[in-house]
Design a protein around this ligand. Structure first.
Ligand code: GMT
Length: 372
């Protein structure tokens, strides 16, 4: 099959899922064409069936300060779809990708099918904003197929957009061969073989509540010698670094930025913290689980569909830093608890979210939509 994929190319979860999906489809024999303004950050595989098409927005004084990316993207999508004979354009994140894809289809007047995958903030934050709500609803409704990464997100979409559009739930997936426990190298890199390693991965936006990560860790430190690895970057990073210095535990916290080899870090960690305000799925939590790392997350959004409370970690009320710290100490103090929960976390990750099980579901959907 010839498939176009559009996503945000940054380290965000939707870009990660889109890229991993494209690579998995190419490995299984499909021709995959990524179309975006930059090479997706996880697109690190040279493969004869993987192609990248960069969208450039031609500048013109009248376009300042708002160059029309949505239109340049639509034009590139139409060009690639025509020359490469794409059958499906699968866009990740509704805004503006679903709109650009719809325009491309109109330009071509062809049988090109558009599938939109909803990831979270496109529905819960941006898409809900009055200024974007009608166009987001339109993009969803004109798509030939729509998927959501959790049941919770599917229900939120129907509720917020008052739409009866059929939405297939296809959860995110993980490659269990790549994400697995391997503590050999990373602990030593941080000079802490006898200390526990706690980890957080996100884009450091307010919705992630990274100050809660630090407060939980600070409280945990009083009982367990540990280090905190903060992966990612974003608007709340400066505030977070300042907090660690002011509270004098900055020598225990490592802000690594966006790292390409996330699996090496997760494979060595003892606990993953995800105290988000909301989370449609929690891709980083799933990758931690596959690496046998127990997860403490907020009991919010789609997280209960990923983390099983008391089994693969704990779900705690949003903002309840004390309860999260208590659970963290419980897991870190007793190696048997960490191990039991870590093993269960990997089992769940592979039973329910293994790449081998999920990728074919997208493939089946493409075929169904083409047939229709
Ligand atoms: O906020 C982020 O984490 C980035 C965002 C994105 O679209 O890039 O992530 C969303 O999509 C991920 C992949 O499906 C989900 O795992 C995240 O839960 C979701 N983020 C939120 O809902 C806040």
């Amino acid at each position: 099959m010839k498939i176009g994929i559009t996503c945000y190319p940054t380290f965000g979860g939707s870009g990660v899922v889109a890229t991993e999906l494209g690579l998995a489809l190419a490995k299984r024999g499909d021709d995959v064409h990524f179309i975006s303004y930059a090479m997706p950050s996880r697109l690190n595989l040279l493969h004869e069936r993987v192609h990248f098409h960069e969208v450039t927005v031609t500048s013109y004084p009248l376009f300042d300060p708002y160059p029309p990316y949505t239109l340049a993207l639509a034009t590139k999508m139409a060009e690639v779809a025509a020359y490469e004979k794409l059958e499906v354009l699968h866009v990740h994140y509704a805004i503006p990708h679903a709109i650009s894809a719809h325009l491309a289809k109109q330009i071509l007047r062809s049988k090109l099918k558009v599938i939109t995958t909803l990831h979270g903030t496109d529905i819960t934050l941006v898409g809900r904003d009055e200024s974007y709500l009608p166009i987001t609803k339109f993009g969803i409704e004109v798509s030939d197929g729509v998927t959501a990464v959790s049941t919770w997100l599917k229900e939120e979409t129907a509720k917020n957009f008052h739409t009866e559009k059929a939405i297939d739930v296809i959860p995110n997936f993980v490659d269990g061969m790549r994400f697995k426990r391997d503590s050999s190298q990373f602990c030593h890199m941080f000079g802490a073989p006898d200390e526990k390693l706690v980890c957080h991965v996100s884009n450091f936006r307010p919705v992630k509540r990274i100050m809660d990560v630090l407060r939980v860790f600070e409280k945990t430190l009083a009982s367990v010698p540990a280090r905190l690895i903060m992966i990612g970057d974003g608007p709340d990073r400066s505030k977070a670094e300042a907090y660690c210095r002011q509270h004098r535990f900055h020598d225990r916290v490592f802000f690594l930025g966006n790292v390409p080899n996330l699996e090496e870090v997760l494979g060595a960690c003892d606990l993953f913290l995800l105290p988000s305000e909301t989370e449609s799925f929690g891709m980083a939590a799933l990758e931690a689980m596959a690496s046998e790392v127990p997860v403490i997350a907020s009991n919010a959004g789609g997280l209960p569909e990923v983390v099983s409370d008391g089994e693969s970690g704990y779900l705690v009320k949003v903002g309840d830093v004390n309860a999260m710290a208590e659970r963290a100490i419980e897991i870190l103090r007793d190696p048997a608890v960490r191990k039991r929960m870590g093993k269960r976390a990997r089992e769940v990750a592979l039973e329910r979210f293994d790449e081998e099980k999920i990728v074919p579901r997208y493939r089946e959907m493409y075929e169904r939509v083409i047939r229709a």
